[in-house]
Design a protein around this ligand. Structure first.
Ligand code: UDP
Ligand code: MG
Length: 329
């Protein structure tokens, strides 16, 4: 049988995609930890660690080079400058040829212990395996509440909800990666893209530990910008809501103008010039909002068009997974 041959000939390739930005202290502990966790894994899969060096200015690159002399399968992609984690992650997804990938942070906040279980769920047929944090005790109060508020607002506004407290740490099947690569938009909020594509999704839960070394490179300002990116690139609601507000305000303005007009004509004005002034203001205000709303509708549509997302995504059946499992049984 075809599958039988594939199973015996090659092991599936699993790539860990690790964006790194000035992480010289974190690289060695990360690689050691991965080696520890995945000891004995080599008969199940070929593991590759793919570092995406996001324009680090410290010794990150040298250290990766040194470590890659050792036995582990390490690959590096260097970006020309710091483009931010989302771009670095996209680069990693673009340049991988693995059967499944797991984006993972280098600071060990995404526990590598989950990798074997993610892998098993994948072998059982899931094409996406999410790792959801059940507690955020390690985060500050401000970060917890702001993150909570973000997920709430995002899920109200966006066309496709994202699962709460699932970061970039998840397993993606090759088929999913290929779909994600095809999405045409430039400003990328990977979490939303991963959930937009669909596919059979499994979930694991874990507690997120504190950062192993150094400090988070995400200031609140950067997080705020990321949140705005996420919301505005996943939803046209903030734009289109003005059509409704415009119509509503327009109707109210016209009604009130009519009332003032009739009242002034029937009973005379209290203050000379008041009726004409207020009617002009309300009429133009109403027209303005109404026109803005119409423009908003068109801009929203243009935005949806330029993203060039596919109209639909096919699920083409897996190269690996369910079938292989049956073979093992
Ligand atoms: N990172 C990156 N480019 C950046 C900022 C961060 O590649 O501009 C990497 C960083 O090296 C780490 C991961 O993204 O591997 C997560 O960063 P961090 O731990 O600072 O974020 P947090 O855990 O606070 O979300
Ligand atoms: Mg971190």
């Amino acid at each position: 049988m075809n599958e039988d041959k594939r199973m015996t000939e090659t092991l599936p390739k699993l790539a860990l995609i690790v964006p790194v930005f000035n992480e010289e202290q974190a690289i060695a502990p990360f690689v050691n930890k991965i080696a520890d966790v995945l000891v004995g894994f080599s008969n199940k899969a070929t593991i590759e660690i793919c570092f995406v060096n996001d324009g680090s200015t410290d010794k990150t690159e040298q250290i990766i080079d040194e470590i890659s002399q050792s036995t582990l399968n390490i690959k590096t992609i260097n970006l020309s400058r710091n483009f931010g984690k989302e771009a670095a992650l996209s680069a990693g997804l673009d340049y991988t040829d693995a059967d499944a990938v797991i984006p993972i942070d280098v600071d060990l906040q995404d526990p590598p212990e989950l990798i074997p279980e993610m892998f098993n769920l994948w072998m059982n047929g899931a094409q996406i395996v999410n790792a959801r944090r059940i507690t955020r005790d390690q985060d500050t109060w401000l970060k917890r509440t702001s993150a909570g508020a973000f997920y709430k607002i995002f899920n109200i506004l966006a066309d496709h909800p994202i699962p709460r407290n699932v970061g970039d740490f998840r397993l993606l099947d090759r088929e999913v990666v290929e779909v994600v690569r095809q999405l045409g938009e430039r400003s990328r909020f990977n979490k939303a893209l991963f959930s937009w594509v669909g596919f059979e999704t499994a979930e694991l839960t874990h507690e997120r530990p504190a950062r192993a070394d150094g400090e988070s490179a995400w200031s609140y300002w950067k997080l705020w910008k990321l949140a705005l990116d996420g919301i505005f690139s996943s939803s046209t609601t903030p734009l289109r809501v003005w059509s409704y507000i415009g119509v509503l305000m327009g109707v109210m303005s016209f009604t009130y103008s009519a009332y003032i007009l009739i009242k002034t004509l029937a009973f005379g004005g209290d203050v000379p010039g008041y009726a004409s002034t207020i009617i002009l203001i309300l009429t133009f205000g109403g027209f303005n909002l109404f026109a803005l709303g119409i423009i908003g509708e068109y801009v929203g549509r243009i935005y949806t068009e330029v993203r060039q997302r596919p109209l639909y995504v096919l699920r083409q059946g897996r190269l690996r997974g369910k079938n292989d499992m049956h073979l093992n049984e």
